[in-house]
Ligand binder design. Structure first.
Ligand SMILES: O=P(O)(O)OC[C@H]1O[C@H](O[C@H]2O[C@H](CO)[C@@H](O)[C@H](O)[C@H]2O)[C@H](O)[C@@H](O)[C@@H]1O
Length: 267
């Protein structure tokens, strides 16, 4: 988005109309995924920063009355907080919708802690001497990142993970973008969205996401809600934008319309 650009101008007309309509509900919840939605995909997961345009729109929306903003991410809550640097008014939920607060890890039963430790050890064995493969350890899961591995290595490691620890009892497998994640709990962005909707008494929800686990959130939308998929691929979302920059433009349109409506800046 260039300064002075009208963000609405570049969005699909139908989406603009729908955004303008949902921005006028009594209590709005805008919920977004993080990687691939607010933050463009990069090689190193530790370097994924949100677009400034997205942060500006989110900050603006979160400061409005009768308006809530949430980010529901696959990341550990601690990492999401550090990377996104969003203000405390924004509700952050980590671990694919399971981690609403930092006490989550202490509340996990001892057998889940043991299983995650076993999983971590086993995955370290699987990826030993495999160039470009990295592990990301989270409170209830371990993600195996394949993005920077040579293709043959990525295929070999993915197969070893799927035929090995992914088959263990009590393990949930999530295939993301160049990542296979093994979790010791069941996670679901849709139930996280339900919880937020109820807690915040939202009249309508806008959910924006790009990845497989975001489909669970799209599946829980209803009535006046609006689901927006970022990028290509099959989806349950009714609307689509091309990339994180267009997602930021959509957030800016929501902010502009809602601000005008709330403060009656225009008749
Ligand atoms: O639910 P999300 O917020 O979209 O998180 C999904 C996963 O995102 C991260 O991995 C992805 O983004 C990385 C940075 O751009 C990229 O290098 C990686 O290939 C992608 O899979 C994050 O590292 C994972 O923990 C999240 O589960």
């Amino acid at each position: 988005m260039t300064s002075g650009e009208d963000p609405a101008g570049v969005l699909d007309r139908e989406l603009r109309t729908v955004a303008a309509r949902v921005a006028r509900v009594p209590r709005l919840l805008v919920a977004c995924d993080y990687d691939g939605t607010l933050a463009p995909i990069v090689e190193d997961p530790a370097m994924a920063a949100p677009l400034l345009e997205a942060v500006a729109a989110i900050r603006g929306l979160a400061a409005l009355p009768q308006t809530s903003v949430a980010v529901i991410s696959g990341r550990a809550l601690r990492d999401l907080t550090a990377l996104s640097r969003l203000p405390s008014e924004v509700h952050l939920v980590g671990s694919h919708g399971s981690e609403f607060d930092v006490g989550f890890v202490d509340a996990l039963p001892p057998d889940r802690h043991r299983l995650r430790a076993d999983l971590h050890r086993e995955l370290e064995n699987v990826i030993r001497d495999q160039p470009g493969v990295k592990l990301e350890v989270k409170p209830a899961s371990v993600a195996v990142h394949l993005r920077t591995a040579p293709r043959d290595v990525a295929r070999r490691v993915a197969t070893a993970v799927r035929d090995g620890p992914a088959t263990w009892d009590g393990i949930q497998v999530t295939n993301g973008k160049e990542v296979v994640e093994l979790s010791v709990i069941t996670t679901h962005k849709g139930t996280a969205l339900d919880t937020l909707r109820a807690q915040l008494s939202a009249s309508a929800v806008v959910f924006v996401g790009d990845d497989v686990t975001d489909e669970n959130a799209f599946a829980h939308l209803r009535g006046p809600d609006v689901g927006v998929k970022v990028g290509p691929g099959e989806t349950l979302a009714r609307y689509r934008v091309a990339d994180p920059l267009d997602a930021a433009r959509l957030l800016a349109v929501l902010l502009q319309t809602r601000r005008e409506w709330l403060f009656a800046e225009h008749p």
